[in-house]
Design a protein around this ligand. Structure first.
Ligand code: F0G
Length: 353
């Protein structure tokens, strides 16, 4: 029996936990670090994935949200709110349900994956879909939080970053030290900020070393790489369809301080990594997550990741979040057969029984 007690209890010494902080938990964290032997070998690196899709709502957002919602509860708040490309809304809604808080979410209409919408609906959030993108929705909730007593739980809330930094602690514990390289998708840029903070804090205490931070944006939403706000970001990876990342400067700082970089990958590269991961390694991660794998493939090819390096790619969300992209990408239909054993056998064995 696993004695894991969830992030707040496990990491209370590293988190802003007081005697008044509620021990809120869905037993988030403690996600697997999985070696990718088949993909590693031809690349000449040691590649692992941190499978954040194993969190209770299926993404890394649970780490930050448990902390942000516990602190909102501690402060006496009765409502939380976020803008979201989907995963933040699912996590916010789940923890709000557990903590008896009202949860308001603003999403870009038609641009969030079906599984994420289903989650927010089931957990009982108030959902507003605007005819605008994530950046516009974030602007609105930030403005609203200035005038209304509603706690903003996007990653501009510092407690989100605190919770999310614990993934870096886990990687150091799982590997025995920090990897040479951390590859991570970048959207609003909170997570790369959180990992860098986590690696630095753990190193200060336990001398675990520091990873180079390699962040990857989707090419159609690559504001940091292009050094300009993208007014109309577009990518198949809807989770990172963000044109004006809130933690822009912090992401640049993480990349620079660590000796890494921020680069972009095309939708084609993302979808090809998405399929490679599922078909060769049996791991199903949502498209945005696969920006990290696509980025590793690109960076090994262009020499930004060195031969022999130990690399951890963060798979931020579960593939089941976005069944539509999966079915569309796999591009074949099941063969429909009558419930007749002879016919089924004939198809499978390729000969008459
Ligand atoms: N991967 C997934 C699956 C995400 O959902 C997100 C962000 C990211 C990567 C990027 O992380 O924003 O910290 O750089 N999703 C947010 C949301 C924006 O609303 O769910 P980031």
């Amino acid at each position: 029996m696993n004695g894991w007690q969830g992030l707040i209890k496990e990491y209370k010494d590293f988190l802003p936990v007081t005697e008044n902080t509620p021990f809120l938990s869905l037993m988030e964290g403690n996600t697997p670090l999985i070696p990718l032997e088949k993909i590693s070998q031809p690349l000449g690196i040691k590649l692992y994935v941190k499978y954040e899709g194993a969190n209770p709502t299926g993404s890394f957002k649970d780490r930050g949200m448990v902390m942000a919602v516990a602190k909102a509860k501690e402060a006496g708040s009765s409502a939380i709110m976020c803008a979201s490309t989907g995963n933040t809304s699912a996590a916010a809604a789940a923890y709000a349900a557990r903590a008896n808080l009202r949860c308001i979410v603003l999403i870009p209409n038609g641009k969030i994956a079906m599984g994420k919408l289903a989650q927010a609906m089931m957990y009982g959030a108030e959902i507003y879909a605007i005819d605008g993108n994530f950046d516009r929705a974030l602007e609105m909730v930030r403005n609203l939080s200035d005038i209304a007593p509603i706690t903003l739980v996007n990653s501009v809330n510092p407690y989100r970053i605190e919770g999310q930094k614990t993934a870096a602690f886990e990687i150091c514990d799982q590997l025995g030290q920090a990897p040479d390289v951390l590859a991570i998708p970048v959207g609003n840029a909170g997570n790369i900020t959180a990992y860098w903070k986590g690696f630095k804090e753990y190193h200060d205490l336990k001398a675990t070393g520091l990873a180079e931070m390699h962040g990857f944006e989707a090419e159609g939403a690559a504001a940091i790489v292009q050094n300009q706000v993208i007014e109309n970001p577009e990518t198949i990876a809807t989770a990172i369809r963000i044109g004006n990342p809130a933690s822009w400067e912090l992401a640049v700082k993480a990349a620079q301080e660590s000796g890494g970089n921020i680069d972009s990958v095309t939708d084609e590269e993302i979808l090809s990594a998405y399929q490679l991961l599922a078909k060769q390694e049996g791991i199903f991660a949502e498209p945005a997550s696969c920006a990290s794998i696509a980025g590793v493939l690109k960076s090994v090819a262009n020499g930004k990741i060195k031969q022999g390096a130990t690399v951890v790619a963060v798979l931020t969300g579960n593939g089941l979040k976005d069944p539509e992209t999966a079915i569309h990408t796999a591009s074949f239909e099941p063969t429909v057969l009558p419930a007749d054993q002879d016919i089924v056998f004939e198809h499978i064995l390729g000969k008459k029984p």
